[in-house]
Design a protein around this ligand. Structure first.
Ligand code: URA
Length: 311
């Protein structure tokens, strides 16, 4: 069936093209079996109750945080102790193993208690300066810039990504490389705009060397920044892009794959408030698997309908 004019515009904006077009054999983005899927409205989302996290978020006072529980399969990563070198727990090693870096050297975390305390009560504009002073982990030695956020409190939707890449590290701004361009296209396809409707933050504020996956210890060390950002942003709807954002904010007992989690209405309890949450693919994944872009479009539509009070 031919696409409507509106569908063509949406698909075009997402870089899919007005119709599914077979890519040339040389195209590195060519999926194994490109399969056209008819556009459809988002399925009514199953409501998934996200378990609360034990109040162990450091350094935000426990009483104000009711974040998702850490995975059952591994005991919670130890909260970084200010001024102490944190040993790598077996749980962290197990999680790393899940991420394919079991052989990686242990990560040393040294949280400055002064910075940790300041983050817990910092204003939005103060967080960048505090991150610049943060040397809790070795990423501080290799970063060019810390990368805090696009947008600010008042943006109703908050997207949580993974970590800055090379372009973001150079510019000090999230999602400015290829995945950022794709993200902006996806947002435009559902009439959303970063900075206006959407704030974008990452689990990590510094670029992992060689763009490797974030390690659990690093996510834990950065968690105070993430949680303070969420506290200040007060999202009406949260979009978790990729497994690192999911690991940081949803209970692992739910995590089978992004495919299993997407297109559902999840809930994150943040600072005493239940925030409707949608899980979708990370834009970097979409660059490698362009046929999944349409699914991500459906996920964004779901987020918009949650914002409007639906689903
Ligand atoms: N990928 C992310 O997860 N975040 C960025 O800021 C850039 C790429």
């Amino acid at each position: 069936m031919p696409l409507s004019r509106e569908q063509s515009q949406i698909w075009d904006a997402m870089g899919i093209g007005p119709q599914w077009i077979l890519r040339s054999a040389e195209d590195p983005l060519l999926p194994k079996k490109p399969a056209a899927q008819p556009a459809r409205a988002p399925a009514p989302a199953a409501r998934v109750q996200v378990p609360r996290q034990s109040p162990s978020v450091h350094p935000v006072p426990a009483a104000r945080v009711s974040a998702p529980r850490q995975p059952e399969a591994r005991s919670p990563a130890p909260a970084a102790i200010p001024g102490r070198v944190m040993p790598r727990s077996p749980a962290a090693a197990a999680q790393s193993s899940r991420f394919g870096d079991a052989a990686a050297a242990p990560i040393e975390i040294r949280v400055d208690p002064g910075i940790a305390a300041a983050v817990a009560s910092a204003g939005w504009d103060e967080l960048k300066g505090l991150a610049d002073r943060c040397h809790a982990c070795q990423m501080a030695e290799s970063r060019t810039n810390t990368v805090l956020a696009a947008g600010k409190p008042g943006c109703p939707i908050v997207i949580v990504g993974e970590a800055p890449g090379r372009d973001e590290d150079l510019q000090g701004y999230p999602f400015v490389g290829k995945s950022g361009q794709l993200l902006d296209n996806i947002l435009a396809a559902v009439s959303l705009q970063r900075g206006r409707d959407v704030a974008i933050i990452n689990v990590l504020k510094c670029r992992p060397p060689f763009n490797r996956d974030p390690r659990p210890e690093e996510a834990q060390a950065c968690r105070a920044f993430l949680m303070r950002q969420l506290e200040l942003l007060e999202p009406k709807v949260l979009i978790l892009m990729g497994r690192h954002a999911v690991n940081a904010l949803l209970a692992e007992s739910n995590i089978r794959s992004i495919e299993a989690l997407r297109e559902k209405h999840h809930e994150c309890t943040l600072f005493g408030k239940t925030v409707p949450t949608v899980v979708t693919y990370h834009p970097s994944y979409l660059l490698r698997n362009p046929v999944a872009k349409e699914k991500s479009w459906h996920d964004l539509l779901l987020a918009k309908s949650l914002l409007a009070g639906g689903a």
